[in-house]
Design a protein around this ligand. Structure first.
Ligand code: HSE
Length: 313
C-alpha cells in the first residue's frame, strides 16, 4: 500500500513590531506545498526526493531541511517505521522574512498528522512544526509556524505550557510587503537573532508591553488603526534596522504616503506596511520602492491580506 498526503501552508509575517517571537500573521501572498508518501518499506528512512523552487538552494539532507526535521521527529515520537518520501514545492522565496521555512514545516506537520491519522490538538501540532525552525534559525520559535498552520493572527504562549491563541483579523486589514533585493547570509534568521541584545531596559520593556497590548486590542476590536498604533518596537527594530538599507527612509516615505505603520517582517529584510483599505496602496508601493532606491536597491513590493492556515489539497 502506498499512501500520500499533500498539504499547503501560507507565508506569514512575525513579530508585528513589539511581539518578538509572540505574534504571527498568516499572509495570502505565497504558499508552500509538501507531499508525503508512505512507502511500502519499513526502514525508518526519511527521503527528501524533490524540491521544486526558485531562489537559494534548500538542503536535501533531513537534518538540514525544515520539512525533514519535522517528519523525522514525528515519525520517531509516534513510532512510525515506514520509509517516508518528502516532496517540497517552494512557493515562498526563502530569505525574505516571510516564513518560508515555517510554511514548509507547517505543511509537513499537517500532512504527516493526516497521513498517519494522528489525533493531536493544534498546540501539539504547532510544537512539532516548530522543530523545522531549528534548520534555519538554530532554535525553535513559534510565531511563523503557528500563524502558517492555524491562519489569521496568532499569539504564542510558551509558559507554563505551549499554547496558541488565534484571532481572526479585521476584514479591512491590508498589508504591503516590501522585499529589498539584497544578499542575505545563508542562515539569515540565525544571524539576525545573534545580534539581538541579551539585556534590555525596563523602560523599553514597559513601552513594548503597552504597544503589544494595543496590537492585541486592535485585533480583538477589529480596529486596524489601533493595531497600527501598537506597531512600534523599542527593542528589536533599532538593532535589526541596520541590516536593511534605507530602512528609516522607507518608513518615512511609506508613512507620508498614508501607511498607518511600518515595521520589519520577522527577521527581515522584508518590511510590512499596514493599511486600513487598499485605497492608498499604489502610492505606498511607489513610496517604498523610492525609499529603497535611495540606496540604489531594487525592491519587490506586494499588496496582500491575512490568510487562512494550512490545508490538505
Ligand atoms: N520571531 C522570529 C525572529 C521570526 O524575529 O527572529 C523569524 O523567523
Amino acid at each position: 500500500m502506498t499512501d500520500t498526503c499533500t498539504a499547503t501552508a501560507p507565508s506569514s509575517t512575525a513579530n508585528l513590531g513589539p511581539g518578538f517571537d509572540i505574534f504571527g500573521l498568516a499572509l495570502n501572498l505565497f504558499e508552500d506545498t509538501v507531499k508525503l508518501t508512505r512507502k511500502q518499506t519499513k526502514g525508518n528512512k526519511i527521503i527528501i526526493n524533490r524540491i521544486v523552487q526558485s531562489g537559494p538552494e534548500i538542503p536535501l539532507e533531513t537534518q538540514q531541511n525544515s520539512s525533514g526535521l519535522v517528519v523525522k521527529k514525528m515519525a520517531q515520537d509516534f513510532k512510525i517505521s515506514d520509509d517516508i518520501e518528502i516532496e517540497i514545492f517552494k512557493g515562498i522565496p526563502s530569505g525574505y522574512g516571510l516564513g518560508s521555512s515555517a510554511a514548509s514545516s507547517a505543511a509537513a506537520a499537517y500532512a504527516f498528522s493526516k497521513l498517519f491519522k494522528l489525533k493531536m490538538d493544534n498546540n501539539l501540532l504547532v510544537d512539532y512544526a516548530a522543530e523545522g525552525e531549528i534548520a534555519s534559525a538554530g532554535t525553535k520559535h513559534y510565531d511563523n509556524v503557528a500563524s502558517s498552520l492555524l491562519g489569521g493572527f496568532v499569539i504564542v504562549r510558551t509558559l507554563p505550557k505551549i499554547e496558541f491563541i488565534k484571532m481572526l483579523p479585521p476584514e479591512d486589514l491590508n498589508i504591503i510587503v516590501g522585499v529589498p533585493q539584497i544578499r542575505v547570509p545563508k542562515k539569515k534568521t540565525e544571524a539576525a537573532r545573534n545580534i539581538l541584545p541579551k539585556n534590555v531596559s525596563l523602560d523599553n520593556v514597559i513601552q513594548n508591553i503597552s504597544n503589544a497590548s494595543t496590537v492585541v486590542a486592535g485585533f480583538a476590536l477589529k480596529d486596524v488603526q489601533m493595531i497600527s498604533k501598537g506597531i512600534n518596537d523599542m527593542i528589536i527594530e533599532p538593532v535589526r534596522k541596520e541590516l536593511i538599507p534605507s530602512y528609516e527612509i522607507v518608513k518615512k516615505y511609506a508613512l507620508d504616503a498614508g501607511a498607518l505603520a511600518l515595521t520589519i517582517s520577522g527577521a527581515g529584510p522584508s518590511i510590512i506596511a499596514i493599511l486600513k483599505t487598499d485605497v492608498n496602496s499604489k502610492k505606498i508601493i511607489s513610496a517604498i520602492q523610492d525609499g529603497f532606491n535611495e540606496s540604489h536597491i531594487e525592491s519587490k513590493v506586494y499588496l496582500c491580506k491575512p490568510s487562512n492556515g494550512a490545508k490538505i489539497i
